[in-house]
Design a protein around this ligand. Structure first.
Ligand code: NDP
Length: 246
């Protein structure tokens, strides 16, 4: 019942929200989990503590995914700490919503660095360590698949880029027995998108199920892809969005 025993995972942005749920879930499956955070060391340490209290192995490292040196250092750090790397989860991301004409050059650079360049560089650094059975799983967004309201130009552009990364990684790394997949969450109750927020009712109404999901809903699919059940799934974009994009 610990299908990921002996595996080592790196989850970016594992201190809160969806990433924390993924870190806990992979650890519950038996993986040793390195998780990165940006500013909330207290919360990252808390996730590690919970993992350890449940009998698992966790380790937190500060790494701004928008900073190349820090991305490389976090991959190297995970390998140094746990001796290998089997699973990379590109979860850390940032959202900017607003009218197209109001998006600044700084917004463009920051969001593309965080949501696209970071996952690209993390995948590249991880691929040097992954072996047969390795996994690269990125967290996209349902907004890459269906544009249900205006204001998402930059965010949707950044998340749609992960489709290109995922498909090409599937082709490039497939011969080495490594898979690459993309998970598109719908509205998930986190600090970024609280289920009691201003637009929550509107967002819930755009899903088929009429409700927000939880980080654990995304984590279950990531765990499936990470495990042996995911061995023949690669290059795929999988929606965990309550039927938002249908
Ligand atoms: P949260 O804002 O709740 O949590 C973000 C996490 O990422 C935190 O652990 C944060 O660290 C970390 N993080 C943020 N910026 C950086 C950075 N520059 N470098 C490293 N870590 C960073 O977000 P969610 O859990 O809601 O979102 C996780 C992912 O899921 C994102 O990619 C998001 O775009 C995507 N997503 C979320 C949806 C939702 O409805 N919630 C819907 C669709 C996609 P710290 O705690 O230190 O700040």
């Amino acid at each position: 019942d610990r299908p990921l025993a002996g595996k080592v995972a790196l989850v970016t942005g594992g201190s809160r929200g969806i990433g924390a749920a993924i870190a806990r879930r992979l650890a519950a499956g038996g993986a040793a989990v390195a998780l990165t955070y940006h500013s909330r060391q207290d919360l990252a340490d808390q996730v590690v503590k919970e993992i350890e209290q449940a009998g698992g192995q966790g380790w937190a490292v500060r790494a701004d995914v928008a900073d190349a040196e820090q991305v490389w250092a976090s991959v190297a750090g995970a390998v140094e700490r746990f001796g290998r790397l089997d699973i990379l989860v590109n979860n850390a991301g940032t959202g900017v919503l607003g009218p197209f004409e109001g998006i600044s050059l700084d917004d463009v650079d920051r969001v593309l660095r965080t949501n696209v360049r970071g996952p690209f560089l993390a995948a590249q650094a991880a691929a040097a360590h992954l072996t047969e059975g390795g996994r690269i799983i990125s967290i996209g967004s349902c907004m890459a698949e269906r544009v249900a309201f205006p204001g998402g130009t930059l965010y949707a552009t950044s998340k749609a880029a992960l489709t290109g990364l995922t498909r090409t990684l599937a082709r490039e790394l497939g011969p080495r027995g490594i898979t690459a997949n993309l998970v598109h969450p719908g509205p998930i109750d986190t600090d970024m998108n609280p289920a009691d927020g201003e637009s929550a009712e509107f967002q819930a109404g755009l899903t088929s199920l009429g409700a927000f999901g939880q980080g654990t809903d995304v984590a279950e699919t990531v765990a499936h892809l990470a495990g042996d059940g995911g061995r023949y799934i690669t290059g795929a974009s999988i929606a965990v969005d309550g039927g938002f994009a249908v």
